[in-house]
Design a protein around this ligand. Structure first.
Ligand code: ADP
Ligand code: MG
Length: 589
């Protein structure tokens, strides 16, 4: 599908939505009002769960916070619904920021479980907080007025709901294709990966969490003024589950999935409510839940990814031109060749009783390739983690470019100019080669959340994209920038990781076992690439088990065994050292 077809489809969809009240019955329009409102909540969940990987059952609670905020401001205190909106957004944003700050350091299931806990807590607060009308709720919520015109009829608020939804979708779309949005999409790659790119993972999580809550807040505001009444029931735990279901059924990785999921579940529910009483006249309400649970289990079995990706994968691919060259992003001043760049002094790392790195010291001069080798279990990866800040050292001192980085956070070290790759490749398989490499430019660009959503970042973005394309070309992957990273063979994934590291304009590139798992021609290609990088003046540290790979490539070698430094020197001397041969033979035996 070309960009033009996509644009035409978008315009057609907007026209269909805009004219719906002219050809649909009022009852159907009411249904569409609900679909629009639920789509907003589901949109937040697409960002939170589908994009950023945090499963939340608590979105209904945020919708409720906003609904109660605006209801109490308007029905009880008599202010206008527009002030109610402001109050609802501020209150929901605050509650989300506090809950997020407390819970977002939890991982995986624990985070999801916590959303159930606070979801329930908020629900019962609505029912028991003095002045909120208990479980009977707050009646008499006024309608939203535009000027002196009150949006009373279902086809009037319809336009407001869908206008808000469409704007929210467009802004989210912009956001996801911006610097902050890419960081959100990268979160699923794990903390080690995003922090190594200079991203503050917690902050990005918190931003995503609050944005998702604010989308739910918009929905809650619309809901309160449309139904003119709030009570705790529409914001209970089953609703929280239902919203998650909507996002998943639609396709939680896709913005459009929110609308498709909300529409499908709402229409299906409506149909079930119509037909179920014919089959089970006495217990239709409870049977509805049973029917939905069964449908959901079937869905999880057969179409887990959701409807939108299912359809999207069957459409012809969008053809796009590679990014145009542009003015380069600002570059670092590289240190003069031969200067001491990195210094490890007496580094120690213990794991309980095990000393994985035992009093290791070495130096790295700028412009050289240094190999850190040793048999399996020698402590190479641990040393690597100390250098990159992935693990704190138990003792010792690490200096980089005359700055002490011993206790520095990973992202601080990344910003200082050390770019790394991973022993087990950490890429985002569902992101394009270009987007993966763009992640590397994070520390060299500045556009924030709002700039991304409002497309104020386009000039910088153009330069960043040109830079990413240039790095792809530099490593020999420039011909298919929009291919998904997951489709590459392992050798090329390693090389893509190097391109991502290079996009950060590093002073030092550190590679953990880059040759592991590669076939011989892939190893040769990698060695050629690393040599050409050295010729361009880059300093490289390679941690490697494969002695042959290292020998022909590096300027100097440091050998580790049992956590300690065995020896160091130029490759020929190290290779001839009987202790090194014994360590390697011993390691194999
Ligand atoms: P290498 O990369 O040279 O193969 P590692 O640095 O991975 O070696 O491991 C060195 C030693 O430290 C091994 O004995 C390993 O089992 C141990 N080790 C590594 N990481 C941890 C950890 N997180 N917890 C406990 N022990 C670890
Ligand atoms: Mg290792």
């Amino acid at each position: 599908m070309s960009a033009q077809t996509a644009r035409i489809a978008t315009v057609l969809a907007i026209l269909l939505v805009a004219t719906a009240p002219y050809y649909l019955a009022p009852f159907t329009i009411t249904l569409f009002d609900y679909i629009g409102i639920y789509s907003l909540v589901a949109l937040g969940l697409v960002l939170l769960t589908g994009v950023a990987g945090m499963v939340s059952f608590g979105q209904a609670a945020f919708m409720g916070v906003a609904a109660y905020a605006t209801a109490s401001a308007t029905a009880l205190m008599g202010v206008s619904p527009w002030l109610g909106l402001l109050f609802a957004l501020v209150l929901t944003g605050l509650v989300a920021a506090i809950l997020g700050a407390v819970t977002l350091r939890l991982h995986g299931h624990f985070l999801s479980l916590s959303t159930i806990a606070w979801g329930l807590a908020i629900y019962f607060t609505f029912g028991n907080f003095p002045g909120l009308g208990g479980f009977n709720g707050i009646p008499g919520v006024p309608p939203i007025s535009i000027g002196s015109h009150a949006l009373l009829a279902s086809d009037e608020i319809y336009y407001l709901i869908w206008a808000i939804l469409i704007v929210a979708m467009l802004l989210s779309h912009n956001l996801l294709n911006s610097r902050v949005g890419r960081a959100m999409r990268a979160l699923r790659g794990g903390k080690a990966m995003v922090e190594s790119l200079g991203v503050d993972a917690f902050r990005i999580k918190l931003v995503t969490f609050v944005v998702a809550a604010l989308l739910a807040a918009l929905a809650g505001w619309l809901y309160a003024h449309m139904s003119r009444f709030v009570s705790p029931t529409p914001f209970d735990a089953t609703k929280g589950i239902e919203f998650l279901m909507m996002a998943m059924v639609g396709g939680s990785g896709y913005l459009l999935g929110a609308v498709v999921g909300a529409a499908l579940i709402t229409l299906l529910k409506n149909a079930v409510q119509d037909y179920l009483p014919l089959i089970a006249p006495t217990s239709a309400g409870q049977m509805e839940i049973v029917v939905f649970s069964l449908l959901f289990i079937l869905f999880l079995q057969y179409a887990r990814e959701g409807i939108v990706p299912f359809v999207a994968h069957r459409l012809p691919e969008r053809r796009r031109k590679p990014p145009e060259p542009a003015e380069p992003l600002p570059r670092r001043t590289q240190p003069p060749a031969g200067e001491t760049l990195l210094k490890a002094e007496g580094c120690v790392r213990r794991f309980g009783g095990l000393v994985a790195v035992n009093d290791v010291s070495f130096e790295l001069k700028s412009g050289e390739i240094l190999g850190l080798i040793g048999p399996n279990g020698a402590g190479k990866s641990t040393m690597f983690n100390l250098l990159t800040g992935a693990l704190p050292a138990t003792a010792g001192r690490i200096t980089f470019a005359e700055k002490d980085i011993t206790r520095a956070a990973q992202r601080t070290i990344a910003k200082a100019g050390i770019a790394r790759t991973f022993q087990h490749v950490k890429l985002r398989p569902k992101m394009s080669l270009l987007d993966n490499v763009l992640l590397g430019t994070y520390t060299r660009t500045r556009a924030g959340f709002l700039a991304g959503a409002l497309t104020l970042d386009r000039e910088e973005e153009r330069r960043a994209r040109a830079e990413a394309q240039r790095q792809l070309e530099r490593v020999g992957l420039g011909d298919k920038p929009y291919e998904l990273a997951g489709n590459l063979p392992l050798g090329n994934q390693r090389i893509l990781e190097i391109a991502r590291a290079l996009a950060a304009d590093p002073v030092l590139l550190v590679l953990d076992e880059p040759a592991a798992g590669l076939r011989r021609p892939e190893k040769l290609a990698l060695a050629t690439l690393l040599r050409s990088l050295r010729e361009e003046g880059l300093t490289i540290l390679i941690v490697e088990h494969d002695m042959e790979f290292v020998m022909g490539l590096v300027d100097r070698i440091v050998v580790m065994e049992f956590g300690a430094k065995l020896t160091e020197g130029v490759p020929a001397v190290v290779r001839a050292d009987p202790r090194v041969q014994e360590a390697y033979l011993g390691g194999v035996a």
